[in-house]
Design a protein. Structure first.
Length: 455
């Protein structure tokens, strides 16, 4: 048979129609690709909503939805086995989740199987912390273990401070995982070391943050810790932004001078002396900050140490700064009101927060440096000097970490009012490997725990 072509190129289809093309060639597929959104992942035994990892896959010549993704345990199955890993989703991006069965570390092998039988793998290093009481009410804020203060910014989000760095982190309060945004104002503050942020409060769009004002754990004076500063909030929720405001770096000296002039009532000069550790019953360490009832000028400083002298029952100490707004806005030297002594059953102030109705909650805990086994409690107060606080709840002793931050205060008259607290877990051995959480190399393994409590 003779085949004639009028003009132009001849396509394969035409040749096939004419019966002149050879057998179809086999399709050649490339090696699959696989990438993890994080090489390290943490979870908790019994954890609800633990962080997950995105697995992105592809293969030249193939639709991503045709690729299979699986994961298997490649080391300690007592922490998580193959059956404890789930992969969901379709297309180029899948989501991998792990349900921990035991505390510790394990490696997981994540594999993509493509067309033509070709595969590729990645290793995911996983760490699980121990089970906690009421896991359904617990969430884990990763990226830092040393949460020390928190401020609500609306929309279910909060900015959380870290006492081991000057980084402020924005978290979704309802979810476990890393921060949505971060800010580090070290350069604006002119400091190279941590401010040791321990407390914060918000008035309008201004957030006030304070360092501990005390010596470091070795009793050495470190100037960055004597820092109070402000940030301005714009937007809310996930869209919240912070801008640096002003700072003041003489509040410690002002407090010592005031106490000295009043007969060394609280021993501030001795508590701040060289060699004095801050977290002892007669030490010097600020961990609470909130404004007085109905005021935008007078702020309360809540002290972890000292407790008021034993002759007055070892009460928790709150000192009013009557011109706190001017201290930050103009650099005016601080002016103080009479110290307020609160009977918290021998406990000290670990955080202090009020709501728009003027209802205060005091997070109370030990003044001691190593206090994981000591009690914690929440006390309700009206903010009025001379009025006694009332215990609303005993808190479970935390292992790991200690309760450190009150996010906000609900309506305390409402039945079933719930409050969210956050731990400082920096010195905790989260994974049973003997390492303190703050010293872990991978940010995904560092975490603080938040929990909701019903009052």
């Amino acid at each position: 048979m003779t085949v004639r072509f009028a003009s132009g190129a001849v396509g394969v289809a035409a040749l096939l129609a004419a019966g002149l093309a050879g057998p179809a060639q086999a399709v050649s597929y490339g090696t699959p690709t696989i990438a993890l959104s994080a090489a390290y992942l943490s979870g908790a035994v019994g954890g609800v909503g633990d962080p997950t990892v995105n697995v992105t896959v592809g293969q030249s010549g193939a639709d991503a939805s045709s690729l299979a993704v699986s994961a298997s345990a490649s080391s300690r199955t007592s922490v998580a086995g193959t059956g404890d890993v789930t992969v969901t989703g379709a297309g180029a991006v899948r989501r991998l989740a792990v349900a921990a069965r035991g505390r510790g570390h394990t490696d997981l092998t994540v594999k993509v199987t493509g067309l033509g039988g070709k595969t590729a793998t990645k290793t995911l290093s996983y760490a699980a912390s121990a089970a906690v009481q009421n896991p359904a009410d617990a969430r884990y804020l990763t990226g830092s273990a040393d949460a020390s203060a928190a401020v609500d910014v609306g929309g279910g989000y909060a900015v959380v401070a870290d006492d081991e760095s000057n980084v402020l982190r924005l978290y979704d309060r309802s979810r476990s995982g890393g921060p949505v945004k971060t800010w580090d104002f070290s350069s604006q503050l002119g400091v190279g070391k941590e401010v040791d942020i321990e407390a914060a409060t918000r008035i309008g769009d201004t957030v006030y943050w304070t360092g501990s004002l005390g010596n470091n754990k070795d009793g050495e004076y470190k100037a960055p810790r004597n820092t109070v500063f402000t940030t301005t909030v714009s937007g809310s929720g996930a869209a919240a932004q912070l801008a640096y405001g002003r700072s003041y770096k003489k509040l410690r000296e002002d407090l010592v001078a005031w106490d000295t002039a009043n007969g060394n009532t609280y021993g501030f000069a001795a508590g701040t002396a060289q060699g004095e550790a801050p977290k002892q019953i007669d030490g010097f360490n600020v961990e609470g900050l909130e404004f007085a009832p109905g005021s935008t000028t007078t702020a309360y400083l809540g002290f972890r140490a000292p407790l008021a002298p034993a002759v007055r029952g070892g009460k928790a100490l709150v000192v009013p700064v009557t011109n706190f707004d001017k201290v930050l806005s103009t650099g005016a030297r601080a002016v103080f009101g009479a110290g307020i002594e609160l009977d918290l059953g021998g406990l000290a102030v670990r955080d202090l927060r009020k709501n728009a109705a003027g209802q205060y909650l005091v997070l109370a805990g030990s003044w001691a440096a190593d206090d994981n086994s000591d009690p914690y409690a929440l006390f309700q107060w009206d903010g009025v000097p001379g009025h006694a606080p009332v215990k609303r709840a005993d808190l479970p002793t935390t292992d790991p970490g200690g309760w450190e931050a009150l996010v906000d205060v609900p309506d305390l008259t409402a039945p079933g009012a719930r409050v969210q607290l956050i731990t400082d877990s920096g010195s905790a051995d989260l994974y049973g490997d003997g390492a303190e959480a703050k010293d872990l190399t991978h940010a995904e393994w560092k975490k603080a725990r938040s929990a909701w409590f019903t009052l």
